[in-house]
Design a protein around this ligand. Sequence first.
Ligand code: FE
Length: 226
Amino acid sequence: MNQKALYKVSYGMYIISSKKKDRVNGQIANTLFQVASQPPTVAVSINKKNLTHQFIKESGVFAASILSEEAPLSFIGRFGFKSGRDIDKFKQISYKIGKTGSPLVLENTLAYLEAEVINEADAGTHTIFIARLVDTDLIQEGAPMTYAFYHKVKRGMAPKTAPTYIKEEKKVGMAEYRCTVCGYVYDPEEGDPDGGIKPGTPFENLPEDWVCPVCGAGKAKFEKEI
Ligand code: FE
C-alpha cells in the first residue's frame, strides 16, 4: 500500500473549538466537511486524546473557524501543536462566544460554523462527530487555507495526533533542520518570513533567540536533516 496516495486527498484547515462549563478550547483540524444540506449538517474527525474531544463529548457542541491563507504558522502552531491542558489557547486571541457557547475565532479566519452534535462514529483513534449547524457567518473575504497550501507554502507538518499524520521519509543532502518537538522543517532557501528571517539564511546564522515558528521551541530542539 502506497500511503502517499492519501496526499492526493484535499482538505481545508480549521480551528475546531468547544467548551466545558466556563472553559473554552480549540485545536487545528483538517477533517471537517459538509455531509448534508437539508438541514445543513457537517462532520469532523477528532483525536480521542485531545482536550477538544473531551469538551465536544461533554458539551455536545462545537464551532469551526475557517482559516485564511494569511494565517501565520505561529497562529496555527498555537492551536495545532500545543495542548489546552498546558496553556489557555484563547488568551490574547480575538474571539467571541457563539450561540452554542463555543469560542469563534475572529482573526486569521474567513467564516465560522457552529453546530450541535446529533451523532458520532467510533473511528479507532478518532471520533467522527456529525452535527447540525445552528449558526454561521462570514468574517472577512479571502482565500481559505487548504491543507496542501499549509504543507507546500507554509511548510507546516501534521502533529502525530492528526488523522492525516504519515511518518515522512527523510530527504537526502539538504541543509534543512527539523524541529524535534513539532516536525516543522526549517528550509534555508525559504527562511522564516513570518519570523523576519530572509530567504537564504542558513540555520547556523539564525539568531540565538529564534524559535520554531510553529511550536515555539528553541534552536537547540532542532536536528539536522540527514
Ligand atoms: Fe516546532
